[in-house]
Design a protein around this ligand. Sequence first.
Ligand code: AMP
Length: 116
Amino acid sequence: MTQTNDTIFSRIIRGEIPADILYEDQLAIAFRDINPQAPVHVLVIPKLAIAQLSDGESEHHALLGHLLLTVKRVAQQLGLTNGYRVVINTGEDGGQTVNHLHLHILGGRAMGWPPG
Ligand code: AMP
């Protein structure tokens, strides 16, 4: 298990630091990225502090599905009818900088491929 420590995202979940929250339920929260890489850049995170995708276990099956459906819900809410990209940076080579699982929703422009 990768250490999550007490990340900045835990502090957002607890309401200790401000965030532009777009959606919240018992399991997940979605808020705007502080350093947007596209006209729309939102993070969807579980309230449970799983450090990264590779720490996901079968007991997280429903939660991981819920996160994807939350992405869909938030994308609809934001009117991303022309599509969007979902990114999960995982570990050092994946470019992950915050050790709390998060799904990036990037939209509002056409994305290039391959990513950097
Ligand atoms: P990653 O590089 O995949 O770990 O993504 C971490 C993301 O968290 C980056 O896109 C950051 O801009 C974003 N981020 C860091 N701190 C905050 C914060 N306080 N509020 C919103 N987004 C944040």
